[in-house]
Each structure stands twice: as C-alpha cells, then as structure tokens.
Design a protein around this ligand. Structure first.
Ligand SMILES: [Zn+2]
Length: 217
C-alpha cells in the first residue's frame, strides 16, 4: 500500500481534513487540518511520514484555523491561494502541481463559495478533494447571484477537467455518505442536474424549502 489517504473528522461543522501521502517516499501533506491539527500530525507521525505542506482548499476560518499549529509541529510550508488570510509560503492560483512522492497534486482555481477556492486532483488515484465547492448531494453556499454564477462556472470547468470515476472528497460531511464519485454526483446531485445557470440559481434560492420537504440536514 503505497498510497496513504485518510479522511479525518476534525470537528467544527462536520468538517473533514485529509492526510495524503506516499508511504514509500515517507512524504505527506495535510489538507485543511482545521480544528484537529494534532490529530492529523499524529496520524502522519504514526506512519513515519514527513509532512511537507499544509494545503488549504480556501480561506474560511474553519479550514485554516489549524494551520499555525500544524506548521509549528511539522515545519511544513503552507500551500494555498495567496488571498487566503493566513501565512502562505507556496502561493497557488490554479494550474500548478505539487509532487508528494509518486503523487502529483494538481490545483484548479474554483471560485464561487470563496474567491480563493482551490480544488485538488490527484490523477493516478483519481482523488478529487473538493473543499466547499462540491459536497455529496450539494454545493457550497454563495452570498449573491453573482457568486452563484461564478460557482456554476467553476463546477462546469471542474466537470470538464476530471474523469467520471474520480472520487469526491468534500470539506464537510453534509451528504448521505462521506464521499462520492463524479459519476454519481452527475446522476444524483440536484445542483449538477440543473440544465443551466438560471435553474442553478433558482434551486439555490429554493434550497431551504427543498431541504425541509425532504427532511435533509
Ligand atoms: Zn467555506
């Protein structure tokens, strides 16, 4: 088992952090350690992995609030969009890739929920870490119709960029299961089933009622 990939509950609002690494190269990154930096660092240490980077999907406090402690414990560099309100050692604006042993993390700029939002894709294993852009059965909240349009564009670019069998690993456990695939989301996620951006914005507006009707959390 060369791949190390752990989805870790970090507390907060059902937040997920991730440990992703190469066991043979003994290298790993932590993604959004947020409320549980000690826990993620401990899992890396237990598996004899050196943490090279702390990666953030976006700059919301519940995703970056563990950076400082995780960095102090590991001497890792913080890799995130330069607009993220934290110390950023490796600025990423999308289009970059980062090697972690045999893994090759590719970054895609996906604004909408947050202007500094990045999605991470590892093509060899088909891992897609979607942050708060795409959840299982949902998408990230937006503050205006303009942001919703931006998010729609990001989702369309994402769907065009990754294969259907990519697995989806979100920033929160908001769905009926903790992870999914792009194929399944295309088939079942009501926001991805919208025929155009206007239907998408309409569904966002009506979402509170839809949730109530189906008893969704
Ligand atoms: Zn967020």
């Amino acid at each position: 088992m060369q791949l190390v990939f752990e989805q870790i509950r970090t507390g907060g609002d059902r937040n997920f952090g991730y440990l992703l690494g190469d066991r043979e190269a003994r290298q790993a990154v932590l993604i959004d350690p947020s409320y549980a930096p000690e826990l993620l660092v401990q899992r890396a240490q237990e598996q004899h992995l050196a943490v090279s980077h702390i990666v953030n999907t976006h700059g919301h406090p519940d995703h970056i609030n563990g950076n400082e402690q995780a960095a102090a414990m590991t001497q890792a560099s913080v890799a995130a969009h330069p607009a993220v309100p934290t110390k950023v050692d490796l600025p990423l604006v999308g289009g970059e890739s980062l090697k972690v042993g045999i893994l090759n993390l590719r970054f895609l700029h996906t604004p909408g929920h947050a202007a500094d939002h990045l999605v991470i894709f590892e093509p060899a294993y088909g891992l897609l870490i979607t942050g708060d852009l795409l959840f299982v059965g949902k998408v990230g909240g937006t503050r205006s119709d303009e942001d919703a349009r931006t998010e729609w564009d990001s989702l369309q670019r994402l769907l065009a960029a990754v294969p259907d069998d990519a697995t989806v690993w979100p920033g929160h456990d908001y769905g009926i299961r903790p992870s999914s695939t792009i194929a399944l989301e295309k088939k079942t996620n009501p926001f991805l089933l919208c025929s155009d951006v206007d239907a998408f914005i309409r569904l966002k507006t009506e979402w509170a009622d839809v949730k109530k009707r189906y008893g969704l959390k």
